[in-house]
Design a protein around this ligand. Structure first.
Ligand code: NOJ
Ligand code: CA
Length: 682
């Protein structure tokens, strides 16, 4: 259970107001500072790191539909500063303990002129970034508000390389563009990742997106280094409809001096509220397989018919395979009525299985084999119809012992109401689903979601989501280039776990889709299962493609919930290597983009005793384009003093399981042989 082990709330006077109208707040290590000042009565914040300007004075405020804009002039009436220093234990995650240390200021502003409305600002300064949020307190004469613009600015002091996707209000499933900030032409989604000219690593995002619209970022017309918050609108143009008191999500600026700092930051989680679920025994990370990839490559269909995937017989085969291979869950898509009506009104029913899917028999069979069925709620973007079925849909899961559901909203808008996926109405819809699922003890994996903002700290059964361009695109489009997965950890995954669905072994599926393929080596598919963090991790291929595959042993052995994570290599869009420990075993995953490269990792960075390294690395001649399958699989002795030297093929990767030594391991060669073996042996 997530619990607060240690909490210190200390009122500080470390940060004195420099004058009536300005205030400085420092990070605990005093290296990052945020300044608030009122310029012509309008609040502006600026940020500096190591005494260098990162964000120049940028304004804060709101425009409303019915009232005057909340743009001052204000006066600073009161402020309080406190230090927050706590450790907390997540229910699952990349580590067992999370430290949160920041200085927080609550600043109260009041309009100088009648009607003297109040606006509060909260600032938090961590050692790994800054965050701020608005609060409009309850006050006389103001009950409800229609926000038409949140006027937050981010005015950067210098240009930066950025990795961005356009701000499509219904999709995050895009390929990233790398350009200078000054060259960003579209509005973009967050997380927006940047490396400034001075070499700082920055990620702009938001935390605790609740009862509000998602924030995108629009380049200012007049200043190529300035971004403006642009909230996703309701169909009538309002951005947020709210009653008072109102609090906005946190606007977050994660700051690092190296790329690994972004990966290690837990600021987004730290800005969310503690776990609200007392009994968390039902919230379980797991590996899963599913009747899924066959649907995307056209081997099977979601709709009932000759090639229907979700039959009782097929599902039992998947359950047998899971039981035999240390996989805990089986997802089944196309189990329910009425996929034939996709795109029409009231298409999907969540308590009505197709006739050839015997849910009683299947769930009994799964339970006997100690495997769970993962349910599927594809809404086709008909969220209001899903709302009407929610209670029944999750009660149905409870009745059949289905502890997890994958949902989907695959449509270019939310019908019939014309909302978009990332607007306030949908943010609230997704939350209704989260709250209903909690009531029935069902964990969630949401596809076509709103972006993660750390609410899994509060609702740990909201375990994973898509919200990015995943494996499925390789089934029916030009696919994801090798660099895509070397960008995702530094962008989308900074926001939270992603259900990318790696683990494809037949990279060409010529029998079904001769014109499509996966753009990696086989070894990289294993590596992705370690690199792309998700507490629900899919081995996505057809089970027949795993039969008699020695490489599948890695998937069998892979653990899924971590005590510790160590990032070993990190270059955005180039490469990443990560090691994760569960109890007495380490799992290491490393991937590269289109370039081959040599990896050299001192094992003392992770091991503190000698171990056996079971290695799955790109084999002789392997490279993603023409020869993706060669894989060298062998076990070696690894001592703490060894350096792991290994080649990553173009578009390749590696996966290693480190396990304890047993006496039979005495005859194994040293890991110093790996580099040579992978070039020569087959
Ligand atoms: C889109 C999801 O991302 C995919 O995983 C799912 O199979 C389809 N929708 C159908 O629900
Ligand atoms: Ca999708």
């Amino acid at each position: 259970m997530q619990r607060s082990i240690f909490l210190v709330l200390l009122f500080l006077m470390a940060c004195k107001p420099e004058s009536q109208d300005s205030l400085t707040i420092l990070s605990p290590d005093e290296q990052i500072q945020i300044n608030l000042e009122l310029l012509q009565g309008l609040p502006h914040y600026s940020v500096s790191v190591d005494n260098k300007s990162l964000i120049l004075p940028s304004s804060l405020g709101y425009s409303f539909r019915k009232q005057e804009d909340l743009n001052g002039p204000f006066t600073l009436t009161h402020y309080e500063i406190e230090e927050i220093n706590e450790n907390w234990v997540p229910v699952w995650g990349q580590e067992k303990l999370i430290h949160s240390h920041s200085n927080q200021a609550k600043v109260e502003l009041q309009e100088i002129n009648v009607p003297r409305r109040q606006l509060n600002l909260y600032f938090r300064v961590f050692n790994d970034g800054v965050a701020f949020r608005y609060e409009i307190p309850q006050q006389q004469g103001l009950d409800s508000l229609f926000i038409v613009a949140e006027n937050t600015e981010f005015k950067f002091a210098e240009d930066a390389q950025t990795w961005w996707i356009p701000a499509d209000y219904n999709s995050y499933e895009k390929i990233y563009t790398k350009s200078y900030l000054s060259g960003v032409v579209d509005s973009v989604h967050t997380p927006l990742t940047m490396v400034s000219e001075a070499g700082y690593f920055i990620s702009l995002h938001e935390a605790n997106l609740s009862n509000y619209a998602s924030m995108t970022l629009r380049p200012a017309e007049t200043d190529s280094l300035k971004l403006l918050s642009e909230l996703v609108p309701w169909p009538d143009g309002d951005k947020v409809k709210t009653v008072l008191p109102m609090v906005s999500p946190w606007r977050t600026i994660t700051i690092g001096r190296k790329a690994t700092d972004l990966l290690e930051s837990r600021m987004i989680l730290n800005l969310n509220e503690p776990n609200r679920i007392d009994d968390v025994s039902w919230i379980k990370p797991m590996k899963y397989i599913g009747i899924w990839w066959g649907l995307h490559i056209g081997k099977q269909t979601w709709v009932q018919g000759d090639r229907h995937g979700a039959t009782t017989e097929n599902t039992k085969q998947y359950i047998d395979f899971a039981a035999a291979n240390n996989i805990q869950g089986v997802l089944v898509e196309g189990w329910n009525h009425d996929w034939e009506l996709y795109g029409q009104d009231e298409a999907f029913k969540f308590t009505k299985p197709y006739d050839d899917f015997n849910i009683e028999e299947i769930t009994r069979y799964a339970a006997d084999k100690n495997v769970v069925l993962i349910g599927h709620h594809e809404t086709g973007g008909e969220a209001p119809f899903y709302d009407r079925q929610l209670e029944d849909a999750f009660a149905y899961c409870e009745k059949y012992g289905i502890p997890a559901v994958k949902s989907g909203y695959a449509r270019t808008s939310i019908e019939p109401i014309g909302e978009s996926h990332h607007g306030q109405w949908m943010v609230e819809h997704y939350r209704r689903v989260v709250e209903t699922a909690a009531k029935y003890k069902v964990t969630l994996n949401v596809h076509e979601p709103v972006k993660p903002t750390g609410i899994e700290r509060t609702w740990p059964h909201m375990m994973s989501r898509e919200g990015g361009r995943g494996m499925e695109w390789n089934a029916w489009s030009e696919g994801n280039p090798p660099s895509h997965t070397t960008i995702l950890p530094f962008t989308r995954l900074l926001a939270g776990p992603m259900d990318y669905t790696p683990g494809i072994f037949d990279l060409h599926y010529d029998q079904y889709k001769p014109d499509n393929r996966v753009h990696t080596t086989l070894a990289k598919q294993l590596a992705l299962m370690v690199v792309l963090y998700s507490p629900l991790q899919m081995a996505a291929d057809l089970i027949e493609n795993y039969e008699d595959q020695p490489a599948f042993q890695f998937v069998r052995d892979l653990r899924i919930d971590w005590d510790e994570t160590v990032y070993l290599e990190a270059e955005i869009g180039e490469q990443i290597a990560v090691a994760r420990r569960d109890g007495d075993e380490w799992f290491l995953g490393a991937i590269t983009n289109e370039k081959e490269r040599e990896l050299s990792i001192p094992l003392s960075k992770i091991l503190n005793s000698d171990m056996i390294a079971e290695c799955y690395v790109d084999g002789p001649g392997a490279q993603w384009e023409d020869n993706p399958y060669p894989i060298w699989i062998a076990a070696y002795q690894a001592t703490v003093g060894d350096t792991l030297k290994v080649k990553l093929a173009a578009g390749g990767g590696l996966a290693i399981r480190f396990r304890s030594l047993i006496s039979a391991d005495q005859s194994l060669p040293s890991i110093s042989n790996l580099r040579q073996d992978q070039l020569e042996k087959n």
